[in-house]
Design a protein. Structure first.
Length: 453
């Protein structure tokens, strides 16, 4: 495997014949880090080799390569791309530029690209490729293998072959190995089991991720509402989609908008814009904490020692809420739970919150006891037992509330049609901070019974 320095040396010395040694990943890694030299590299690559590497490039690098290549070379590269890879590239570009690039495609490539771009953004139609092998029930295995030898090179995958009727309706899918282990005279109908899994062309791309995750398949057929076979979706495209969606989700959980482009290339102004909005919202939310504390100002004057435990209380609630939120969002993302499971989730989180609250409450009470018995930093006065009780019961209440909030908020947002990842860990923490103070001082008011410390 050649490193980045080796590739640059090849370009500097015009050793074009050595470019065949480069893997698609070698080329993609080099291009993503050395755009200027990469343009020269793509000028010397044959179209098929270039197309295999092009799909691994970052979106902005793809655009730079196409714009920088001579028109004839750019046209060769675009025509060599798989239909789904070409569609994924074009849908990220401005409409006027897409029109110009479509003119460089052959009539056949232009027609299939326009058809794929005609499907709604975010649907399976934009993700599928029309390059597949379809067969008929009456054909023999020998007929199928002969067809593959002559036409199979033009398809994206030969792992699965798809059986259709006279109207193009999908009636079965068969693994290629089934044709290799039977007598060549065996008909397709004889090896069919009429059991197949298909995706609707209007399904969302996010749904496809879960379908592939739950089924061990390299490719799945795509049909319309009438069952007519339109194309296939392959695992490599789904893996890239899953990586993209996972990145967006993690960024949202972290308390910012999804960047939608690599961190290393996003302009500074856009990075600030993506992050500032949520920070302002969270800051305004945290201001309610000061409002809540103002409402208990009288109690703070009487029970000054309780102010020492405010960071401990609200951070415990925020941490428990962030934990629950992250767990539930991920479980929803992989299809483990949905809104229909809200009661099961709530029941589990109620018990979890109680147990976790009791554990932290015991730790908090023991800490107060040790500090009092050994007179560390002066202890907590004559009413230290009540102070410990306040911390103990407040932690139970705050952790329980934090756990419930973090678990239920993503489900509620999903039901309302919003993105569950918007209920990010910082957002839940801010919510629990405010309500946690109310719980803390309410417990203190009941337990302290007017005692002054």
């Amino acid at each position: 495997m050649l490193n980045l320095k080796d590739i640059k040396n090849l370009l500097q010395h015009n050793k074009i014949t050595d470019f065949v040694k480069l893997t698609p990943r070698d080329i993609a890694d080099f291009t993503n880090r050395n755009t200027k030299w990469a343009v020269k590299l793509f000028q010397h690559l044959d179209p098929k080799h270039a197309a295999k590497a092009f799909k691994f490039l970052q979106n902005d690098k793809q655009e730079i390569i196409i714009k920088s290549l001579p028109e004839e070379k750019a046209a060769e590269l675009l025509n060599a791309l798989q239909p789904d890879d070409r569609t994924a590239f074009l849908e990220e570009l401005p409409g006027n530029y897409v029109k110009e690039l479509l003119k460089t495609l052959t009539p056949e490539r232009r027609a299939e690209t326009l058809e794929l771009l005609g499907y709604e953004e975010g649907t399976v139609g934009r993700l599928m490729t029309p390059d597949y092998v379809s067969i008929k029930m009456s054909e023999t295995c020998q007929d199928v293998l002969t067809y593959i030898r002559h036409r199979g090179q033009a398809t994206e995958t030969l792992n699965w072959l798809f059986v259709i009727d006279e109207k193009g309706v999908l009636i079965d899918d068969i693994n290629i190995k089934d044709f290799l282990v039977v007598d060549p005279s065996t008909t397709v109908a004889q090896i069919m089991d009429h059991q197949f899994l298909a995706i609707n062309v209007n399904d969302t791309q996010k749904d496809v991720i879960n379908i592939f995750r739950n089924n061990s398949r390299y490719a799945l057929p795509v049909t319309d509402d009438a069952g007519v076979l339109l194309g296939i979706v392959t695992l490599d495209d789904v893996l890239r989609l899953a990586e993209k969606e996972g990145t967006r989700e993690i960024q949202k959980i972290g308390g910012s908008e999804a960047l939608d482009e690599p961190y290393t290339t996003i302009p500074f102004a856009r990075l600030i814009k993506k992050r500032a909005g949520w920070l302002i919202v969270l800051f305004l939310g945290e201001m309610l904490t000061a409002t809540a504390m103002k409402g208990f100002e009288g109690e703070l004057d009487k029970w000054l020692v309780l102010s020492l435990f405010i960071p401990l209380i609200i951070s415990s609630g925020g941490n428990s809420g962030s934990q629950a939120s992250s767990i539930i969002i991920r479980a929803m993302a992989v299809g483990e739970i949905g809104f229909r499971d809200w009661w099961r989730v709530m029941r589990k989180e109620i018990f979890s919150g109680l147990v976790l609250g009791i554990i932290l409450g015991i730790v908090g009470f023991l800490r107060i006891t040790v500090w009092q018995q050994f007179n560390i930093q002066g202890g907590y006065g004559d009413q230290w037992m009540k102070v410990g009780a306040v911390v103990f019961f407040a932690l139970i209440g705050v952790v329980l509330w934090g756990t419930l909030s973090g678990a239920m908020l993503p489900l509620i947002l999903k039901k309302l049609g919003a993105d569950p990842a918007a209920s990010s860990a910082p957002f839940v923490a801010t919510l629990v901070d405010v309500t946690g103070l109310i719980i803390y001082f309410s417990v203190a008011y009941v337990v302290m019974s007017g005692h002054m410390i």
